[in-house]
Design a protein around this ligand. Sequence first.
Ligand code: FAD
Ligand code: EPU
Length: 337
Amino acid sequence: MLDKNTSLKPYNTFGIEVSTAYYARFDSVKNLKQLLHQKASLPLFILGGGSNILFTKDYNGIVLKNEILGFKTIEENSTSIVIEAGAGMNWHSFVLKCIDMNYGGVENLSLIPGNIGASPMQNIGAYGVEIKDVFEYLDAVHIETGKVKRFYKTDCAFGYRESVFKRNLKGEFIICHVAFRLSKNQHKLNTSYGAIESELQKMEITNPTIRDVSNAVISIRQSKLPDPQEIGNAGSFFKNPVVPQKTLQILLEKHPNIPHYDAPNNESKLAAGWLIEKAGWKGKTFEGRYGVHKKQALVLVNYKNAKGKEILSLSDQIIEDVANKFDVHLEREVNIL
Ligand code: FAD
Ligand code: EPU
């Protein structure tokens, strides 16, 4: 059923008040196909948990909320298991369920908001792990023909917060199920990234389990990222910029302490949060309504009643200022609609 003139405020973690001309939810591929028959020529937007979107205006089309659930075993051997999950399942609930069943591989991705369906689209990542590391396949409905197509890892062109669904196939497919290959024993723990080791030490854990790693990640995240239930936000607003060695060398001459990490193709990844903080934006607020988070400069926040356009304009100013001060271009990570 299509609802008319629906507010999207409850459906985006930025908490922006915009409306959509039509809104509908689906909980099966069959329901989705029926809705696609009804859509006529209206534009269509697929919504998951709304945690990576900035709405800047009312939407003159149909917003379809993916609520397909499910968690089932596809295949299993002595060391690994393939679990297929419905695109509408909450990502963190999936992680916790895997941990409960002692399936390893997604513990570093604990507490990332949003749903299963967007996870391969965004190639979500945190604390040294990306979805591509555990991805097996996904099934997606082609909007134009209604046919289901299976995509394997090599079809997805995964990159840093990138996939084919954000590039060549943007707006063409609706992801309905995603399958992950997880370890059943001898889990390969990844504790080298960021503050995980020191957090485990604080917790007095010397021989960590996947649950310990998950708890450490949750604790680190809660200490710096704002909870969208309390302060509207969509996580990192910008990507960390990847620059050639030459650019890094020039920056290091002026700023010897600039954080930088190795990236593929002999390039380096810089910390956008550091650049934004050094440019003087961290903690700035505008009319007490929106601004740059005080603990993490990569996160733009809506304290109350901000408009999407105001936050977009703030991001433009930050991009321009960082370019002027460091000659580095910041790219937005959040989807703008
Ligand atoms: P939505 O915001 O609903 O959608 C995002 C995009 O995906 C849209 O373009 C939408 O059309 C498309 N889409 C959604 N579902 C489907 C589908 N089924 N089929 C086709 N297209 C679809 N991200 C990280 O990678 N790492 C982090 O550490 C991280 N931390 C965060 C912390 C906070 C506090 C917040 C608020 C966000 C954070 N994010 C992080 C960003 C966000 O959680 C992820 O991008 C997440 O995958 C978005 O999921 P979603 O279901 O909310 O997607
Ligand atoms: N930094 C600052 N000032 C700040 C923020 C960060 O100087 O205000 C510095 C830190 O001191 C550190 C470096 O920047 O040296 C990196 O900071 P942090 O470890 O907090 O991670 P990040 O690079 O800011 C990225 C992801 C996060 C992910 C974390 C952990 C991107 C765009 N962001 O943030 O993902 O959770 O690493 O892996 O890659 C998201 O995508 O929404 C997101 C939150």
